[in-house]
Design a protein around this ligand. Sequence first.
Ligand code: KG4
Ligand code: ZN
Length: 332
Amino acid sequence: MDTYILGIESSCDETSVSIIKNGCEEIATVVLSQMDTHSNFGGVVPEIASRMHVENITMVIEECLRKANMKMEDIDAIAVTYGPGLIGCLLIGVTAAATLSYIYNKPLVPVHHIAGHIYANNLVSKMEFPLIALVVSGGHTDLIYMEDNYKFKKIGGTLDDAVGECYDKVARVIGVPYPGGPLVDKLSYDGKDTYNLPLPLDDDTYNFSFSGIKSAVINLVHNESQRGNEIRKEDIACSFQNRVVEILTKKTMRALKEYNVKNLIIAGGVSANSGIRNRFSEICKKEGINLTIPNIKYCTDNAAMIASAGYYRFIEGKKSGLDLNAMPGLKL
Ligand code: KG4
Ligand code: ZN
């Protein structure tokens, strides 16, 4: 029998609802992004974000059901992101999910946001285990070993800034508007790798550190402007992106070798980065590694990934009561 999960995601600035069949087949997804509103402020304003989620969540649920040509009665369970994220934003999704669960008497399934990002890959092809997941987002940079569905073992992570956060800060200092990541990625193709930026934390652990390269870019821009020299944004973007891609590939490929794993997935908003996608594709082809990266539209926050991850919780009987709370600092 087929299982339909309705997923809800509202942890940051996207209000999203999706219906996924059997954990891997997309029936319908609606993503309402607040990016245009927040870009006026140079970043996400939490109070505005949660207010916009309140205003839109009912409409997004209805629109998703309409697109799927389904009713709540056809749904088997409701999966929702309950952390990590912005507390006010998470609470809107959790409250909406608990309300639907109560009214329609459907199981409520709590999902970790990063587990969701990982399961965006299940919508490309069913994930094969064991695998290594490289999670690169605005809030996370982690290397995770997965022996099976929903079994996560963190083998390394960032000691300071997440890679997406670092992209956004570099963007700001070179005068690129929020959200800077995609624009720095684009600019890098018009530049040359001329700036001597440091390679971030090049040691024999699986940890990352991006604060050094971020400070190097900030100092470089300030020094050049004090000297009255013009900075070449494209060259900074290219030099920065090359260093980031180099360290991510170096540590990830070593993890695959040392854990004797042949499957790699990349997840999170920064997996939309073309430098990361191209370089990993090249190396994995050469090394015989089976690489999966989500479709661009499911790299950033969406509910399809939450419904997919939720399916694997649901079939294991992992449900929550109606007292489910939002957990802004939830660990994987
Ligand atoms: O996963 P996500 O949507 O939100 C979190 O859960 O954190 O990731 C958002 C991050 C932002 O920092 C954004 O600048 C970055 O992903 N990003 C990119 C690209 N597209 C999005 N960074 C670099 N290159 C891109 N193409
Ligand atoms: Zn995310």
